[in-house]
Design a protein around this ligand. Structure first.
Ligand SMILES: [Zn+2]
Length: 127
C-alpha cells in the first residue's frame, strides 16, 4: 500500500510516477513492480516483439469514432485497419481486428476466452 503523499518510482526508468486524473500514474506487474505509463507502453511493445503477444483492448475513439487498439493505461495506440464482427462460440458477438504494430507488421487481435480483452496474435510473415 502507498499513502497518497508517498512517491512511487518506476521500476524500469526510475522516474516518479505522477498521478493524473483518477489514476495512480503507474501500473503493477504480477510480481508487484510498479511502472510509469510510458514504461507500460514500452513493456507491451517489447512483449509484442519478443513474445508475439500482449494484452490489448479495442476501444472507440470518443472524438472521431475510429477504432483503436490500446493497452492499459492507454499509453500505447494502434489504428485499426480492418474490423470484422462475427459469432463467438459462446453465442456472443466476436470482434476481430487487424492493425499495424510498432514493428510495421500487421497484427491480428481477437477476443480472449471470456470474449473480453483483445488478445493479440502475430500473423505469420511472408518473406
Ligand atoms: Zn518508467
Amino acid at each position: 500500500m502507498t499513502t497518497p503523499n508517498e512517491k512511487v518510482l518506476c521500476s524500469r526508468c526510475q522516474r516518479e510516477c505522477v498521478p493524473s486524473g483518477c489514476t495512480t500514474g503507474y501500473g503493477i506487474d504480477p510480481a508487484g513492480h510498479k511502472f510509469c505509463f510510458d514504461c507500460c507502453a514500452n513493456r507491451d511493445r517489447d512483449s509484442m516483439r519478443s513474445n508475439g503477444d500482449a494484452v490489448l483492448y479495442l476501444v472507440k475513439d470518443q472524438v472521431n469514432g475510429n477504432w483503436l487498439v490500446t493497452n492499459w493505461p492507454a499509453s500505447l495506440h494502434f489504428g485499426v485497419c480492418a474490423r470484422r464482427v462475427g459469432r463467438h462460440n459462446m453465442g456472443r458477438e466476436r470482434v476481430d481486428v487487424l492493425f499495424h504494430g510498432s514493428d510495421g507488421r500487421v497484427w491480428h487481435g481477437g477476443p480472449d476466452d471470456n470474449g473480453e480483452a483483445v488478445l493479440t496474435l502475430m500473423l505469420p510473415t511472408e518473406d
